[in-house]
Design a protein around this ligand. Structure first.
Ligand code: 6LW
Length: 495
């Protein structure tokens, strides 16, 4: 079913989109990871390239060491107004709501304008014809905002509680379309009950009339391969067509189904009937769009660490201090200096990329020296699998909630070696108790053959087991001493 294809695969949830001329931009949540708020660019809404991260310095993004995984940066709203880009977002582990601006969405972005008068999460920005800026937040509430100073004015007002019986009205976005102001929201919670609803008013502050056919989008109660659809944003194309970006998940395996890549960004067409939006099939096949194909520069399959900085797809939990992540210590290598924290700790030295495909392979050439480190698939501090090289031994380890175990071990050759993980999604199921995939860790012999050391069930690195708002991140870590990596590669495989 073509509707099962995200336009931005991997854990890139809560997409917010804007268009400037022929260029589209999307911003997504990033939670406990640094840098934060990935920014993507597209010319056709289907092919997206990450052009940076909005929050790439500590003065913009503070994630305390004791802040929980899936804390930090919640849902942003990205808008273009008055000749510049505006990004409003909540850091639930620090100062709450903040506003950033940039002339180039690839960055640099400004330091934060703090918004002490803006309550809650999921802040949105909209300007009316008089230049007033309306900030709308989950709940759904609204307050007038001076986006340059961060000062609010007037009372916070309640706009809409969403559809009776549906919980958690959130992710509001306010638009002036034709003669109406439209208020788009998510409701039902970001799990299987998720949906998108809309209401309209003649004025930006209501009263709002709910759409008679809410929810305008949901997959709740269906067997659609994309579930949890919600948290949407609308954009109009240059040809006047309308489109929606939204989050969804792709559960795999048997019952109840486990999604391991987190909430991904999908696309759906929108048409207007009697002044209300009608949402088409989620995930149109690019060829169905008939638009010019704008190929994107795919993420590098292999990173040789020859550049002075890591490409924007690389992220680390909570911070990435340069003295722990060096590209200049051994030119052409990434050197990780551990800081006494393992993958069980919030501050582990770990550089990873989101797992973006259901079947994939990642490898790295490691020189552990006297240190210990390796390759990990991280969900959070309590859910991760890894292959670690330490003290002349290669071990496969698993952390699942309170349980930690050594799955396999064997002597390690002296010097550098290639370690890897292969993720095989389950395609055919004989047993409804089957998990979504398996993760096989091993070492690559000098002749290129892959010696498997241990295979693990992937359901324990899924949102249904671990909870939270993120997804798998695959990367390199150092748990003791200094560890060097010559290269890292990641690619989709067929399995
Ligand atoms: C986001 C809110 C939500 O701010 O989860 O479940 C939060 N709904 O819209 C993080 O994605």
């Amino acid at each position: 079913m073509s509707g099962a294809t995200p336009v931005i695969p991997g854990f890139y949830p809560d997409p917010s989109v804007c268009r400037v001329g022929a260029d589209y931009y999307v911003a997504c949540s990033s939670f406990e990871y640094f840098p934060g708020i990935p920014i993507f660019h597209s010319r056709d809404l289907v092919h997206w390239t990450q052009i940076g991260n909005a929050l790439d310095r500590p003065s913009q993004l503070r994630l305390p060491a004791d802040s929980p995984s899936s804390g930090g940066i919640y849902a942003p709203t990205l808008r273009h107004h008055d000749g510049k880009f505006w990004l409003i977002v909540t850091n639930v582990s620090d100062a709450g709501n903040m506003l950033f601006t940039a002339t180039d969405p690839a960055g640099p972005w400004s330091d934060p304008v703090r918004l002490p008068g803006v309550p809650g999460i999921d802040p949105d920005l909209a300007w009316d014809e008089e230049g007033n800026c309306w900030c709308t937040v989950a709940g759904v509430g609204q307050i007038r905002l001076d986006p340059n100073t961060g000062e609010t004015s007037g009372p916070a007002r309640h706009l809409w509680s969403g559809t009776p019986g549906a919980k958690a009205p959130e992710a509001p976005h306010l638009y002036r379309i034709g003669d109406h102001w439209y208020l788009l929201i998510a409701e039902g919670g970001t799990e299987r009950g998720h949906g998108v609803s809309i209401a309209r008013s003649r004025t930006p502050d209501g009263p709002f009339e709910p759409c008679p056919h809410n929810p305008i989008l949901t997959h709740r109660g269906t067997d659609h391969p994309v579930q949890n659809t919600g948290h949407a944003d609308l954009v109009q194309a240059p040809d006047d067509s309308w489109w929606m970006v939204l989050l969804g998940v792709r559960p795999g395996g048997g019952t109840p189904g486990w999604h391991v890549l987190g909430r991904e960004t999908f696309l759906a067409p929108v048409s207007w009937v009697d002044g209300w939006p009608v949402v088409g099939a989620v995930g149109p096949d690019p060829s169905e769009l008939g638009w010019p194909h704008h190929p994107t520069a795919p993420e590098p399959v292999r990173d040789d660490f020859d550049a002075d900085v890591l490409p924007p797809c690389w992220i680390s939990p909570r911070d990435r201090p340069e003295h722990h992540y060096r590209l200049d210590e051994r030119p052409g290598w990434l050197t990780l200096h551990a800081r006494g924290e393992s993958l069980d700790d919030p501050g582990v030295v770990f550089a990873g990329r989101r797992q973006r495909h259901q079947s994939c392979r990642a490898r790295a050439l490691i020189d552990p020296g006297e240190g210990s480190g390796g390759l990990a698939v991280r969900f959070d501090e309590r859910h991760h699998y890894e292959i670690e090289v330490a003290a002349g031994e290669v071990r496969v380890l698993a952390r699942i909630g309170p349980l930690r175990t050594v799955v396999a071990s064997r002597p390690a050759p002296a010097g550098p070696l290639v370690i890897g993980v292969r993720v095989d999604a389950v395609r055919k199921m004989q047993d409804p108790r089957t998990g979504p995939d398996t993760l096989t860790f091993g070492v690559e012999e000098p002749d290129g053959t892959f010696t498997e050391l241990g295979t693990l069930d992937g359901r324990y690195l899924s949102t249904e087991v671990a909870g939270g708002f993120t997804g798998r991140v695959v990367g390199m870590f150092a748990s003791a001493g200094t560890v060097h990596f010559d290269w890292f590669d990641y690619e989709q495989i067929d399995s």
